[in-house]
Design a protein around this ligand. Structure first.
Ligand code: TYD
Length: 137
């Protein structure tokens, strides 16, 4: 098998402290199966717009709905599944060699992404047909 694909997506619980002064959640290296090399966020997505719509070869990610809600559709060798993310105490782990589509962003939603690799345009697969061929061969 040319590409490394041996995991399904999964929801993971985020350590946090919630009290009268608010919510504080955290991750640190050692808590995850990968070392975080990059973080980025997505916010202010207009109604009915989608993000993602591509696959990644080597990248693993955790997507956290810091504010609001949105949907994440994942396709990989093992599953085609859609998650509704609306709880900042749960992140979605996306394994290598997965297609992702983010949609239905609620007003004022904000999404934090922890990534296992530095930004690399060569890691992207933009054509769904190419992606399906890669996971099925
Ligand atoms: P992209 O990953 O395509 O986001 P989405 O699929 O949600 O639209 O990234 C959009 C643009 O931002 C792309 O032109 C590259 C740039 N970008 C970086 O330069 N570094 C990064 O870490 C990320 C995630 C994106």
């Amino acid at each position: 098998m040319k590409y490394n694909m041996n995991m399904k997506s999964k929801l993971i619980n985020i350590k946090s402290m919630v009290n009268s002064v608010g919510e504080l959640g955290w991750f640190q290296n050692g808590d995850l199966d990968f070392i975080i090399k990059r973080i980025y966020f997505i916010k202010d997505v207009p109604e009915n717009q989608k993000r993602g719509l591509h696959g990644h070869k080597e990248l693993e990610q955790i997507i956290i709905p810091l504010m609001g809600s949105f949907e994440v559709k994942i396709i990989n060798r093992f599953e085609e599944v859609t998650y509704i993310l609306d709880n900042s105490k749960q992140g979605l782990y996306i394994p290598k060699m997965s297609w992702r589509e983010l949609s239905n962003f609620s007003n004022q939603s904000c999404c934090l992404i922890l990534a296992s690799e530095l930004y690399d345009p060569n890691d992207y697969i933009f054509n769904i047909n190419d992606f399906m061929e890669m996971i099925n061969t």
